[in-house]
Write a protein that binds this ligand. Structure first.
Ligand code: HEC
Length: 293
């Protein structure tokens, strides 16, 4: 399987309907979140320094403080997290860093505090625009609420009835791809022939069922209203390709389609799998090692 084809998949409990905060969720690991918020505090601190220098008409310090927040800003989140953060977020961030470089350059050449203030006003509009659009959630299991835990317990119980292998002895990996996704189940211990055999038998059986539009096994575990299920069930034969493959420690099922609505259905189905199996499943994830937890 080509690892490069896998997209990072985000695993956070999805926002509940009654939640007031409707900003797009950036789902980060604990250390990734801390990294971004650290940059943020540096931005606020740097902005204060610029204002302080302006109040003293010290344009040299204005330029220095602004340049520290420019495109070469140390520890800016875009560097290590460019695979994890959405493109629109990255672009807004880069555009803000570019602004600070322009503020620095103008402070050196024009030395006009009023001009700098005007630039700062516009740049801080970008802080606000981004804050209005995004919130950060950390994907740590510790933040899972009791009601979510109850749901996870119930899913695990139903899973034990419908799946012949042991959730504790196997790893489930759901990786979204541009055309669909790949579901892998592997034994944690690669010498555990019993689990590997059970994985292969089960996945090859449900892959056959899926090919015939029969999604009764996931429906039994996750409920009939599982996201994406209806679309996948009702897809015309051949529009979703389902491929079963053996892996050395287990097996995988690849879902692919050329139809955007069906690709979307597969992605929503994968998201639902992940949030329901949160304690036993992983997103196919390629974060820089330093930030993986
Ligand atoms: C490209 C997006 C983006 C831009 C631009 C941006 N921020 Fe943020 N900032 C965020 C996000 C996302 C959060 C977390 C918000 C949340 O989860 O509620 C945040 C949080 C913060 C926090 C809280 C830090 C903490 O420790 O909790 C501060 C302070 C902050 N930003 C300052 C700024 C300032 C000042 C600017 C502009 C000079 C700025 N940010 C520009 C995205 C951005």
């Amino acid at each position: 399987m080509k690892k490069s084809a896998l997209l990072a998949l985000l695993l956070c409990q999805s926002a509940h309907a009654e939640e007031a905060d409707r900003r797009q969720i950036l789902c980060l690991t604990g250390p990734q979140r801390e990294y971004v918020l650290n940059e943020m505090r540096s931005l606020l601190n740097g902005t204060q320094q610029i204002l302080g220098a302006l109040a003293k008409d010290d344009m040299k310090s204005v330029a220095e403080s602004a340049r520290a927040l420019g495109l070469t800003m140390k520890h800016k989140a875009e560097n290590p997290l460019h695979e994890v953060l959405p493109k629109a977020f990255m672009m807004l961030g880069m555009s803000m860093h570019k602004d600070f470089d322009a503020i620095a350059a103008d402070a050196e050449t024009l030395k006009d505090p009023k001009h700098t203030l005007k630039q700062l006003d516009e740049t801080m509009g970008k802080c606000n625009a981004c804050h209005a659009s995004y919130q950060i959630r950390s994907a740590s299991a510790g933040s899972v609420s009791d009601s979510v835990n109850a749901r996870l317990d119930e899913v695990a119980r139903r899973g034990r009835q419908a799946m012949p292998f042991d959730l504790e002895q196997t790893t489930h990996i759901f990786s979204k791809t541009p055309n669909g996704g790949i579901q892998q189940v592997v034994a944690k211990d690669n010498t555990n022939a019993g689990q590997i055999d059970a994985i292969r038998q089960h996945l090859s059986k449900i892959a056959k069922e899926f090919k015939h539009g029969n999604f009764s096994t996931p429906a039994k575990i996750h409920g009939d209203d599982m996201p994406g299920l209806n679309e996948m069930r009702n897809a015309k034969p051949g529009l979703i390709l389902i491929d079963y493959h053996e892996l050395p420690e287990g097996a995988e099922i690849a879902f692919s389609s050329q139809e955007p609505t069906l690709i979307d259905a597969v992605h929503r189905y994968f998201d639902a799998q992940l949030s329901d199996h949160a304690r036993h499943a992983h997103a196919g994830h390629r974060t820089p090692d330093a930030y993986a937890n």
